[in-house]
Design a protein around this ligand. Structure first.
Ligand SMILES: Cc1cc2nc3c(=O)[nH]c(=O)nc-3n(C[C@H](O)[C@H](O)[C@H](O)COP(=O)(O)O)c2cc1C
Length: 190
C-alpha cells in the first residue's frame, strides 16, 4: 500500500463535533474513508448546527463519504488495505455489534474487516452511565486488541472552551496511530 488510508465510522451517539475534528485531523495524514450511520445523521440534527452543514464538512475532509447501507464499498473488503479504523463516537449499539461479530452495516462490516485483518481499531464509546452489558462489550473489544478511548474530560491542559475538550480527545485518537498533532499540550510537571 503506498497511500496512507484511514476508515472513520460515525455512529449515533452524542459527540458529533469529535467526529468532525477527527476526520479533519486524520485528513492531514492520509485519505479518510468516512461512513455515517443513519442514527448519526439524526444526532447531527441535534448537535453541530445542522445535518447538512455537518455532512458538508465531513464530505470536504473525506476522500470518500458513505452511508451505512453501502456494504459494497471498498472498505467492506479486507483486500482494500488501510492503516486502521476509528469509530467516533461509538454508540452502544455499534459497540455491541462489533463485540459480537455482527456486520450488518458498512460501519460494522468495516470494523469486522479491521479486526480480521489485525489492523488497528480505535473505539470512542459514548454513553453514561455505563451498564454491565456496555462494560462487558467494551472489555471484549479490549481483549481483542481494540484501543478503547472514551471521551472523558481532562483539565490538566488548561481548557478554555468546549473545543479544547474536543481537541484533547482527537489528540488521544491520533496518538493511537502514532501520529503527531498539536491538538493539546501534553502534561508537563514543570
Ligand atoms: C440525539 C441522540 C443522542 C443519542 N446519544 C447516544 C449516546 O450518547 N450513546 C448511545 O449509545 N446511543 C445514543 N443514541 C441512541 C442511538 O442513536 C441508537 O441506539 C441507534 O440505534 C444507534 O445506531 P448506530 O449504532 O447504527 O449508529 C442517541 C440517539 C439520539 C437521537
Amino acid at each position: 500500500m503506498t497511500e496512507t488510508r484511514f476508515v472513520v465510522g460515525v455512529t449515533g451517539a452524542s459527540g458529533i463535533p469529535i467526529a468532525i475534528r477527527t476526520v479533519e485531523a486524520l485528513a492531514e495524514h492520509g485519505a479518510v474513508h468516512t461512513v455515517v450511520t443513519d442514527a448519526a445523521e439524526s444526532v447531527m440534527a441535534h448537535e453541530s448546527g445542522s445535518r447538512e452543514a455537518t455532512m458538508d464538512r465531513l464530505q470536504e475532509a473525506s476522500a470518500e463519504l458513505y452511508g451505512e447501507s453501502e456494504v459494497g464499498a471498498p472498505i467492506a473488503s479486507g483486500s482494500f488495505d488501510t492503516d486502521g479504523m476509528v469509530i467516533v463516537p461509538a454508540s452502544m449499539n455499534t459497540v455491541a455489534a462489533v463485540a459480537t461479530g455482527r456486520s450488518d452495516s458498512l460501519v460494522t462490516r468495516a470494523a469486522d474487516v479491521t479486526l480480521k485483518e489485525r489492523r488497528r481499531l480505535v473505539v470512542v464509546p459514548r454513553e453514561t452511565p455505563l451498564s454491565q452489558i456496555h462494560l462487558e462489550n467494551l472489555t471484549k473489544l479490549a481483549e481483542l486488541g481494540v484501543d478503547v478511548v472514551p471521551p472523558v474530560l481532562g483539565f490538566y491542559f488548561d481548557p478554555e472552551d468546549p473545543d479544547d475538550f474536543v481537541d484533547h480527545i482527537v489528540g488521544k485518537i491520533l496518538e493511537r496511530f502514532g501520529l503527531d498533532h498539536d491538538c493539546y499540550d501534553a502534561w508537563n510537571p514543570d
